[in-house]
Design a protein around this ligand. Structure first.
Ligand code: RNT
Ligand code: ZN
Length: 431
C-alpha cells in the first residue's frame, strides 16, 4: 500500500506538525498538555506477547497448539519456526511500534539445542539466547509457565489434579519458571512478570468443586513460598471463566484468584477475554486496586467467546485505559497483550494490537479528567456528559500522528508497505 506518508516523508512530517499545532491548542483550552501526554504515554511499557508470532506452538517440536482450552485458527504463511525467526520478526515489528516495549515468553520457547528437557527441569540457561537478545536490544522480558499442550495436562488438570504425580510435575514446572523469570529480572535490572495461568477445569458440572480449589491454593502456596528479590520478579495469577473443554467449571475462577491475590498481596491478571461476554474489565480496576498491589492486564478481543482476536481500539480497551489514567495509579499496572490470530500476517497482528493500545493510552492521557471530576463534584452531571461527548470529536488523530512522529515510528498506515516487503522477502521464503 502506498500513502502520502511513504512517498514523501518530509512533507508528511510537515503535515503532522501543522495538524498538531491546532490539536495542541484544542487540548490546551481544556487544560490538557498534549506534549506531556505524548511524553508520558511513550514511556509506558507494553509487554508484547511472543506467541502471536508462531501461533502458540513453541519450540518443543509440536506443529500446532493443542489443549488448554485455547485455539488458534488460520494458516496465513510465514509462521516463525525457531528462536532466530521469532526474534527477527519481533524486532521488525518493534520498529513499527512507537514507545517502550517489553517481550513476553512462554516456557515452551526454551532453546535446548535439540535436547529433550522436561518442563519440570527447564533452567535459565535454556533462555540464554533470549536473555542475550534482551540485553542487546534493551527489551525487557516477561514470562509465562506453560501448563497446556502437554501429555501431563491431558486429563484437564495440572496443579489442581488429584493425582500426586501430575501435581508434582507441574508444581516443579512452576517453581522452575519462577527461577527463570527471576533470572530474567536480574539480567535486565527490571522485574520480570511471571504470570500463572492454568486451564484446569471440567467439561461438565462437577460434583466436587471445592477439592480442586483447595489443591490449587495449596500448590500455589508451595510455589510462592520460594522467595526471590522483588526487584527481579513480579508474580501474577490469571483467572478465566471458561475454556474449550472446561465449559462448566474452571478451578482458577475470578473469585478464586481475587481472594488469593488479596490474601497473598500479589498482582492479579485481568484478561479482557476471560469474563462473561457482556462483562468488561474497566469497572473492576478501581475495585481491585484497593486490595491487591497491582494488576496485569491482558488486552485481547473475544468475539462471541474467548477467541483471542487481535486487540483493537475498542470501547473496552479505551474505557480500561481511561479508568487506569483516572485512578492515578498507572505505576501499579502492567500492560500486556494476549491474542493469537493465524489467519492474517502475524507481524501486522503484533503492530495493530500494540499501536491500538498505545493509542488508547494516549486518548486517556488527553482526557480533561479534572474538568470532568469538577463538574461531577458540583453536581453538574449534564456538564460531565456534555464534556465527555465533546471529547469524542477532539482532534485526537493529530496528536497520535505526532506521537508516532516524535518516536520515529511510522505515521498512519505507512508501516503497511514495510510489512508487505518483509512478507515478500522473508516470510514467503518459509516453506
Ligand atoms: C488463556 C490465557 C493465557 C494464554 C497465554 C498463551 O486463556 O489468556 O494468558 O492466552 O498464556
Ligand atoms: Zn491471558
Amino acid at each position: 500500500m502506498k500513502t502520502t506518508f511513504t512517498k514523501n516523508p518530509d512533507a508528511a512530517g510537515q503535515l503532522v506538525e501543522k495538524a498538531y499545532e491546532i490539536a495542541k491548542e484544542a487540548y490546551a483550552a481544556l487544560g490538557v498538555s498534549s506534549d506531556k501526554a505524548i511524553k508520558d504515554v511513550l514511556a509506558i511499557p507494553i509487554s508484547i506477547h511472543c506467541w502471536q508470532g508462531d501461533d502458540v506452538v513453541g519450540f518443543e517440536g509440536a506443529d500446532t497448539l493443542s489443549g488448554g482450552g485455547i485455539l488458534t485458527t488460520g494458516n496465513y504463511p510465514g509462521r516463525a519456526r525457531n528462536g532466530n525467526e521469532l526474534r527477527s520478526d519481533a524486532e521488525f515489528a518493534f520498529s513499527l511500534i512507537p514507545g517502550k516495549k517489553r517481550f513476553s515468553l512462554h516456557s515452551f520457547y526454551a532453546e535446548t539445542n535439540g535436547k529433550k528437557v522436561g518442563r519440570n527441569e527447564i533452567q535459565p540457561e535454556h533462555f540464554s539466547a533470549w536473555m542475550n537478545w534482551s540485553k542487546k536490544k534493551k527489551i525487557h522480558l516477561d514470562f509465562n509457565p506453560s501448563l497446556f499442550a502437554h501429555p501431563m495436562a491431558d486429563s484437564g488438570y495440572t496443579i489442581a489434579s488429584a493425582d500426586p504425580k501430575i501435581r508434582k510435575f507441574w508444581i516443579d514446572h512452576l517453581k522452575a519458571c519462577r527461577r527463570i523469570a527471576s533470572a530474567f529480572g536480574q539480567n535486565q535490572g527490571s522485574p520480570a512478570v511471571d504470570n500463572i495461568w492454568i486451564a484446569d477445569g471440567s467439561k461438565d458440572y462437577p460434583a466436587d468443586r471445592l477439592s480442586p480449589r483447595q489443591r490449587l491454593r495449596d500448590a500455589l502456596d508451595e510455589i510462592l513460598s520460594v522467595k526471590y528479590l522483588k526487584e527481579t520478579i513480579t508474580d501474577t495469577v490469571e483467572s478465566k471463566l471458561f475454556g474449550i473443554g472446561s465449559e462448566a467449571y474452571v478451578v482458577g475462577s475470578h473469585e478464586f484468584y481475587m481472594g488469593y491475590a488479596t490474601q497473598k498481596q500479589i498482582k492479579l491478571c485481568l484478561d479482557t477475554g476471560h469474563f462473561h461476554p457482556s462483562e468488561t474489565i474497566a469497572d473492576k480496576i478501581s475495585a481491585m486496586l484497593l486490595f491487591v498491589p497491582g494488576l496485569l492486564i491482558h488486552f485481547s478481543r473475544g468475539l462471541r467467546w474467548d477467541s483471542d482476536h487481535v486487540a483493537v481500539f475498542s470501547d473496552e480497551m479505551r474505557t480500561a485505559c481511561q479508568e487506569i489514567k483516572r485512578s492515578g495509579e498507572i505505576n501499579k499496572i502492567d500492560f500486556a497483550l494476549d491474542y493469537f490470530d493465524a489467519s492474517i500476517n502475524r507481524i501486522a497482528a503484533w503492530v495493530i494490537g500494540s499501536r491500538s493500545l498505545r493509542k488508547a493510552l494516549l486518548e486517556a492521557y488527553l482526557e480533561p479528567t479534572r474538568l470532568l471530576v469538577d463538574a461531577e463534584k458540583k453536581g453538574k452531571n449534564h456538564e460531565r456528559l456534555a464534556l465527555l461527548e465533546e471529547c469524542k470529536t477532539l482532534p485526537f488523530g493529530a496528536v497520535w500522528d505526532k506521537l508516532c512522529h516524535n518516536a520515529g515510528s511510522p505515521v498512519s498506515t505507512s508501516w503497511l508497505a514495510d510489512v508487505n516487503s518483509y512478507e515478500e522477502k522473508v516470510l514467503s521464503q518459509r516453506k
